[in-house]
Design a protein around this ligand. Sequence first.
Ligand code: SF4
Ligand code: SF4
Length: 164
Amino acid sequence: MFKHFINWTPLLMIDFRQGMYIILNNFFYYKVTINYPFEKSKISCRFRGEHILRRYFTGEERCISCKLCECICPAQAIDILSNSRIDYIRKAKLYNLDNTRCIYCGFCEESCPVEAVMHSFNFEFSKLTREELFYDKLKLLSNGDYWEIEILRVITNRLINYKW
Ligand code: SF4
Ligand code: SF4
């Protein structure tokens, strides 16, 4: 008769036993957690992180201000103003990118005929204010200078592994 009034779960420590079973079962397995930010997980070569603008080896800006990236951007995050140089090669006078709008679709990178605008592998660029996420040309170029070697390594790997 009393069996209907007794709750056996805490008395038999069933929850505790189940917890211990899971702990012991996973104790010797490979760790899936990492000690971020001291350890970082592997990033795919297709990862789309912070934007960069690249230069040629001579230091000249790659961007020819064709505005393809601006046209294709679904979030209208890119704003370009063209400039004509004396030798009639168009360059961007202004190149603004609004990271608060960007959805990291990668269309700008794919549309660029000279591989000027690209995504770096940097995902650690959170800021305290919205204004800091509005990038101008200088900021994008300095990002490009910083990430150039890593980007070149990935492009070379892609070419090597491409099945012609
Ligand atoms: S990644 Fe997509 S949304 Fe972001 S700037 Fe490029 S085209 Fe626009
Ligand atoms: S970044 Fe590339 S696609 Fe965009 S304007 Fe410059 S050259 Fe054209």
